[in-house]
Design a protein around this ligand. Structure first.
Ligand SMILES: Nc1ncnc2c1ncn2[C@@H]1O[C@H](COP(=O)(O)OP(=O)(O)O)[C@@H](O)[C@H]1O
Ligand SMILES: N[C@@H](CC(=O)OP(=O)(O)O)C(=O)O
Length: 439
């Protein structure tokens, strides 16, 4: 049995958390490959080491003195090393980092040092081999992640290795340039390692007892999802359920390796199993609710639009030409609405409007900003009539004005558009009707 275990920043924020992690790893012989993140927040107002590194590097780039921030970062690591009674010095590593910052090594290199250093601490603490991810996670010469090369490098390297620590979040180009995944990317590293060694399971340890039906920052103590499919999870993580990086799904999914989300602070909890498919009936009609704020809608109206072949393509072409991706395109007989990210859209607003006028000569174009999108996801919705109706009625009772509702043909999700300020109320109302009342 081979397990890959990834520990998030919250699980490695201080020596006490490290000890919990050590106990978890030592309690199961098969936990052989460990992927650590950088130390995260020790308390809610704290700063993640990754964020300190970005700040520190910005100062270096601007030619300012960055000694204070670097000393703070160093302090975070030595607090852990001392708390664990380790005989480990990181002086050489910090000298190198300081020199590299002065030589403008790049902010991806800078950010990666949190995982690099934490990997060193973890390897010393466990007595496992340390593998620098820059040598096994490969980015091509354009800086794009190279999945095939990575798989080859990782499997070859790990074949020779009984137990190893492979830091999360970063990799390297052939010439040694360090690249990182997007934020939260240690989850991706864990998934890649699991694929490469054909792991039996990929355990992803965090600070919640699994994937929760909704964000615990919105609803107090939400129910835990016992089993979720990759498709459901993809919908939820894309829409902002941040527990697992959305790109962490692909590598393990192809191999049929289940992911188990676990809580470092409550290792006795079973957590959530993420699987390709399951015959297990979900506990509730819906599996989860997630959402994001910060969208804009562009509503285009033109009489007889539906008989104009190519109308939709022409509209979407305008967005493509401006490099703007769209989220949703609900349409009626004479209207078509395009939902886009507000921050992407705002600066190109006028070009897009002009483009639409040129492309399709609409009767009028209307825009609305500060909208939120909520995804209600569940494999159980297919076999249950009236789900959309219940969403509507819950939102009406909560006095939330629904701007848009869009049910995908897969019947796996319903997308609802509301105003930003109604976002939390809407999520709570949907949670209540499907989970608290257990219908
Ligand atoms: N549906 C959800 N289920 C569980 N946690 C969620 C959900 N949506 C958002 N979260 C948040 O995600 C956090 C865990 O992810 P993250 O901060 O990336 O952890 P880590 O540092 O362990 O990688 C939780 O503490 C929680 O606040
Ligand atoms: N440390 C990186 C990568 C990461 O995955 O961290 P975490 O596991 O704490 O989300 C970040 O903050 O983005």
């Amino acid at each position: 049995m081979k397990k890959v275990v990834k520990f998030g920043g919250s699980s490695l924020a201080n020596a006490e958390q490290f000890q919990k992690v050590g106990d978890i790893i030592r309690s199961d012989e098969s936990r052989r490959y460990v992927v650590p993140s950088a130390p995260g927040k020790r308390f809610s107002a704290d700063t993640k080491v990754t964020d300190l590194l970005y700040t520190c590097y910005d100062k270096a780039e601007a030619g300012e003195d960055f000694t204070d921030v670097l000393t703070e970062i160093k302090g975070r690591f030595y607090e852990i090393i001392k708390g664990l009674n380790l005989d480990l010095s990181l002086e050489e590593e910090f000298r190198q980092i300081e020199a590299d910052f002065k030589a403008h090594a790049g902010n991806e290199y800078a950010a990666s040092r949190g995982e690099f250093l934490n990997g060193k601490v973890m390897a010393a603490y466990l007595g496992y081999e340390f593998i620098d991810s820059a040598t096994v996670i490969r980015f091509d010469k354009n800086g794009n992640f190279d999945a095939d090369k990575t798989d080859k490098l990782l499997s070859k390297r790990l074949q020779k290795c009984e137990r190893a620590v492979i830091p999360g979040f970063y990799g390297g180009m052939e010439d040694g340039t360090v690249k990182t995944f997007s934020r939260g990317g240690s989850d991706v590293t864990g998934s890649l390692v699991a694929k490469a060694i054909h792991a039996d399971i990929y355990e992803n340890w965090t600070d919640v007892s699994g994937f929760l039906v909704t964000d615990p920052r919105i609803v107090d103590n939400p129910a835990v999802i016992e089993t979720i499919t990759y498709r459901e999870l993809r919908e939820l993580s894309y829409m902002g359920a941040t527990v697992l990086h959305e790109d962490a799904i692909f590598p393990v999914r192809k191999e049929g390796i289940p992911i188990n989300i676990r809580n470092t602070n409550r290792p006795e909890d079973k957590g959530t199993f993420i699987v390709e498919s399951t015959c297990r009936k979900p506990k509730y009609v819906i599996t989860g609710i997630a959402g994001k704020k910060g969208f804009c809608s562009i509503n285009i109206e033109k009489s007889m639009m539906n008989s104009e072949i190519g109308f939709g393509r022409k509209i979407l072409q305008v967005f493509e030409d401006q490099g703007i991706s769209f989220e949703h395109v609900p349409s009626g007989i004479d209207t078509m609405t395009v939902y886009v990210h507000q921050d992407e859209f705002e600066e190109k607003e006028q070009q897009v409007i002009a483009g639409i006028h040129r492309a399709v000569q609409p009767d009028f174009v209307e825009m609305e900003s500060d909208l939120a999108l909520i995804a209600v996801v569940g494999r159980g919705m297919k076999s249950q009539r009236g789900t959309a109706g219940r969403v509507f009625s819950a939102l009406a009772h909560a006095h939330v004005n629904v701007k848009m509702i869009d049910q995908g043909s897969s019947e796996l999700n319903i997308i609802i558009g509301v105003e930003n300020r109604d976002f939390e109320t809407a999520v709570k109302a949907i949670y209540d009707i499907f989970v608290l009342t257990q219908m």
